[in-house]
Write a protein that binds this ligand. Structure first.
Ligand SMILES: O=C(O)CCC(=O)C(=O)O
Ligand SMILES: [Fe+2]
Length: 444
């Protein structure tokens, strides 16, 4: 996962209960699906080549009727049932009767800590041969995994570094559909390098966040798909939100923390920044509990070696602490959220300060999670939040709240290790990385 390239895990979904329930002899078992599913309303997309898509609501049984009938008339539309929150709506929140979540993908904050109680990102996709998901990048910078229960899909992936080739001359609009587009408007698309893969029944595809992809169902397909975020890509989510917030602020002419901008942010992304901070606070509690349990188990075993799971929890806590502090100091949160940020960050700081195997954990993080300890100045410059703090408000050290009036952030040369403290009381310093703070930085 850390190298962030698409991967097909052949046969990982073989033998899942979903295969026995949804298909027979390699084709969807429509009679059984109809018998075993209530006629609930579902949202389907009408797929049209090069012309975007439209969503419509219909009953599940009408969709299954369509599935059996489709192809009898030449002008039958192509309907794709997708983004169906099946676990939540059909299985009452517990997916285990249908599939196990593969261990590689189990560290999943989006579905565990939830942006909103009802907002989960566990979907089912059912589509006839020819249905297509046009080119897109997954929501909120998240990764996804997609398990083919039945059928064959063809995927085309574009590296984030080549994303500019998929845009028009202004760099703002994305080519709508790779099968048919205006070559004058999108002159570079045909030259953009891509990775093409095929996934079949029983295969699971890992889709790294930030990669544009288009997916075509070459036969009738049924798939299960999760979007997820954890310590390795939480900063991508922050970046997506902050960039969108900046664009909204520019468009509306209001400052980013204003309720108008935050409401628009929530409209676009299902979450505003205070909601994002609440999500991180829930994640901090969960990750701290998991860290305590895992590290207690590890100490009972071989304490010379820091297991990668423990290192991962430490990385989670560093990153959550960093983001919460940055948001608070940048004045981007409202007070209801702010009052929960500081105790959370303090708890995280204390926990990290007392961890005895920090150096070993850093080594594991670098080696196995491929998070470089020394991030370059260039990377820091690219962090939109740091830029916002630096260019938007001048001094990172001047926070809005009384408790943070003298607090400041120093992004150390280690990159992801940073300190938070109070100028006038070094005893109160919460030292990330173990070092007391003696210097304030106002920009990067
Ligand atoms: O299977 C599809 O049609 C789309 C899947 C997808 O876009 C994903 O898993 O990210
Ligand atoms: Fe996707």
């Amino acid at each position: 996962m850390a190298p962030r390239v698409p991967v097909v895990l052949r046969g990982l979904a073989e033998g899942w209960p979903a295969a026995a329930k949804w298909q027979k002899d390699g084709v969807p078992d429509i009679q059984r699906l109809r018998r075993e599913h209530a006629d609930v309303p579902v949202s389907v997309e009408r797929c049209r080549i090069g012309d975007g898509f439209e969503c419509e609501e219909m009953g599940l049984h009408a969709f299954l009727d369509y599935w059996e009938r489709r192809g009898e008339a030449d002008d039958d539309p192509l309907l794709y049932l997708k983004d169906w929150r099946y676990v939540e709506e059909v299985l009452r929140g517990d997916s285990s009767s249908l599939y196990p979540v593969p261990s590689f993908f189990a560290d999943d904050w989006l579905n565990k800590y939830r942006l909103q109680p009802s907002e989960d990102y566990r979907f089912v996709y059912w589509g006839k041969a020819g249905t297509t998901t046009p080119i897109h990048m997954d929501v909120l910078g998240s990764n996804s995994w997609s398990a083919n229960i039945v059928g064959r899909k063809r995927w085309r992936f574009f590296d984030p570094d080549d994303a500019h080739m998929l845009m028009d001359a202004s760099g703002t609009s994305l080519v709508p559909d790779l099968r048919s587009y205006d070559k004058r408007k999108f002159p570079d698309v045909s030259r953009a390098p891509y990775v093409e893969v095929e996934s079949c029944g029983g295969d699971v595809v890992f889709v790294p966040g930030g990669w544009y992809h288009q997916v075509c169902n070459e036969t009738d397909c049924m798939a299960i798909n999760h979007n997820w975020i954890n310590a390795l890509n939480i900063r991508d989510m922050l970046r997506v939100l902050v960039l969108d917030l900046k664009a909204i602020a520019t468009r509306h002419g209001h400052p980013p923390p204003s309720s108008i901008c935050q409401a628009q942010l929530k409209e676009n992304n299902s979450v505003d920044l205070p909601g994002f901070a609440r999500f991180l606070i829930r994640a901090a509690a969960g990750e701290m509990a998991a860290y305590r349990q895992l590290s207690a188990e590890a100490v009972n075993g071989d304490s010379e070696c820091v297991p990668v799971e423990v290192a991962m929890k430490l990385l989670s806590l560093y990153r959550i602490g960093h983001i919460l502090t940055s948001l608070e100091l940048a004045g981007l949160l409202q007070s209801a959220t702010s009052s929960a940020v500081i105790p959370t960050v303090h708890k995280i700081g204390i926990l990290l300060r007392h961890y005895p195997h920090k150096e070993k954990a850093f080594a594991v993080i670098e080696r196995y999670l491929r998070v470089p300890r020394h991030s370059t100045d260039e990377q820091l410059q690219l962090d939109p939040l740091v830029m916002y703090v630096a260019d938007g408000r001048g001094h990172a050290g001047v926070g809005g709240r009384e408790e943070l009036r003298h607090a400041w952030v120093r992004v150390q040369s280690e990159g992801w290790v940073f300190d938070v403290g109070k100028e006038d009381g070094l005893d109160d310093v919460v030292a990330f990385g173990g070092e007391a703070v003696t210097e304030a930085r106002t920009s990067c």
